[in-house]
Design a protein around this ligand. Structure first.
Ligand code: PMP
Length: 416
């Protein structure tokens, strides 16, 4: 990207070589190389994923689970292979515990609605945390309102770390489910979800993990975590938009009613009664996003081939470098100072409005996110309207962090 750079190799990863896989990273924005630091919003896609989508539409586009014909059988097999890849990737005990969804939001709505309808009653509680994305707040609020249940919140401290010492007290007999994010999309905080799961399980309370900002950054193992539900989005893990998955333990998914009714989720239908299909189809009504699922399978292949441990190491190094460089900017303060962090860094500079800073960075072809990041209660806690967030993928380089630092210094001079 610059003429005198050293080749950034993290662990066994050759980052410059890997960047070639991502066509969009070769594009110019405003005539300059793109510095893409909005990976928490969505990651760029490798050719392997783009080609899997193209291959599906060009050579075997067909509906799944329905036709006896050749193409339908190939499409069904590819769709189910994608499910198998995901199950293996997250070490689910069974493939049928992986349900294709539209993404994290859809997965949480599925659980809130279906689990909530069946298990919540008046006076019950749902426990979330103060750093949740709106998509892990609003669906629970909706079902709580419907059922007369209450939403309770694990508070955080000024560093953006959960006040774990309050957890025991909050896990009352009334709590029917805990729903927390693994990694905060705004603060980058990595939450101690093993401890949360263990404490909740000690009281027989199931736990949903919002894995939207975790699965692309670190290995996740459903059996080791003992999570009851885990949701994430394909587009944040190098896959297509419009697809994601919900992992749910068999015992819960079997006990829950279907989320939506329609084709594929039934065994038999009469006007008097419908018998629902078994897992996973019970939760996949209608024609699914077939190409999306296949593309997500290709994304999982891509991550496996790159190595999730290599990704984790490369991103950790990048994070340390970015924290170090950004802290050298006068007037910059971090929003979120957790020791355990991944993904992104939120910050403010002096009294510059995040939007103004974001716009000036954009004009230098540096893409960051500004605003409340769908975490308004978190912004209220810190008493700020929003932040600037730079978020990383393994393909980002130290040169790009240097460009961000230079860009911020330039914006400071412009706005002085
Ligand atoms: N939870 C977290 C932690 C997120 O970062 C996001 C996306 N910003 C979501 C949920 C929602 O994901 P999606 O919009 O892909 O459904």
């Amino acid at each position: 990207m610059t003429s005198n750079h050293t080749i950034p190799v993290a662990g066994t990863l050759d980052i410059l070589r890997a960047r070639i896989d991502f066509p969009l990273l070769q594009e110019l924005v405003y005539g300059k190389p793109l510095v893409y630091l909005d990976n928490a919003a969505t990651t760029q896609k490798p050719l392997q994923v783009i080609e899997a989508l193209e291959h599906y539409y060009k050579t075997y586009n067909s509906n799944v689970h329905r036709g006896v014909h050749f193409l339908s059988q190939i499409a069904t097999e590819a769709y189910e292979i994608a499910r198998r890849k995901i199950a293996k990737f997250i070490n689910a005990a069974h493939e049928y515990e992986v349900i294709f969804t539209k993404g994290t939001t859809n997965g949480i709505n599925l659980v809130a609605s279906s689990f909530g309808r069946h298990f919540l009653k008046e006076g019950d509680e749902v426990l979330i945390s103060a750093m949740e994305h709106h998509s892990n707040i609003v669906p629970w609020q909706m079902i709580c309102e419907e059922k007369g249940a209450q939403l309770k919140v694990i508070p955080i401290d000024q560093d953006g770390v959960l006040k774990m010492e309050l957890l025991d007290e909050l896990l009352t007999d009334k709590v029917k489910i805990v729903a927390v994010t693994y990694v905060s999309n705004t603060l980058g905080t990595v939450n101690p979800i093993r401890e949360i799961i263990q404490k909740a399980h000690a009281k027989s309370i199931p736990v949903l993990i919002d894995g939207a900002q975790a699965i692309q950054h670190m290995p996740v193992d459903m059996q080791e975590l003992d999570a009851d539900f885990f949701v994430c989005s394909g587009h944040k893990m190098y896959g297509p938009t419009g697809i994601g998955f919900l992992y749910g333990k068999e015992k819960w998914l079997n006990a829950m009613p279907p989320f939506e009714g329609g084709g594929d989720m039934i065994k038999t239908v009469t006007f008097e009664k419908t018998v629902y299909n078994e897992l996973p189809f019970k939760f996949e009504a209608g024609t699914p996003d077939i190409s999306g699922a296949i593309g997500l399978g290709a994304a999982v292949d891509y991550i496996n081939q790159t190595g999730i441990r290599n990704i984790e190491t490369a991103e950790h190094e990048l994070m340390q470098y970015a924290l170090d460089k950004l802290s050298g900017i006068e007037g910059l303060r971090f929003v979120g100072n957790a020791k355990e962090r991944a993904g992104g860094i939120s910050f403010l500079v002096g009294d510059i409005h995040p939007y103004d800073l974001g716009e000036l960075l954009d004009k230098q072809s540096i893409a960051v996110r500004t605003g409340h990041h769908c975490t308004q209660p978190l912004m209220d806690f810190f008493g700020i309207p929003g932040t600037v967030r730079a978020s990383f993928a393994f393909y980002n380089t130290k040169e790009e962090i240097d460009a961000l630092v230079k860009g911020i210094e330039f914006a400071k001079r412009m706005l002085a």
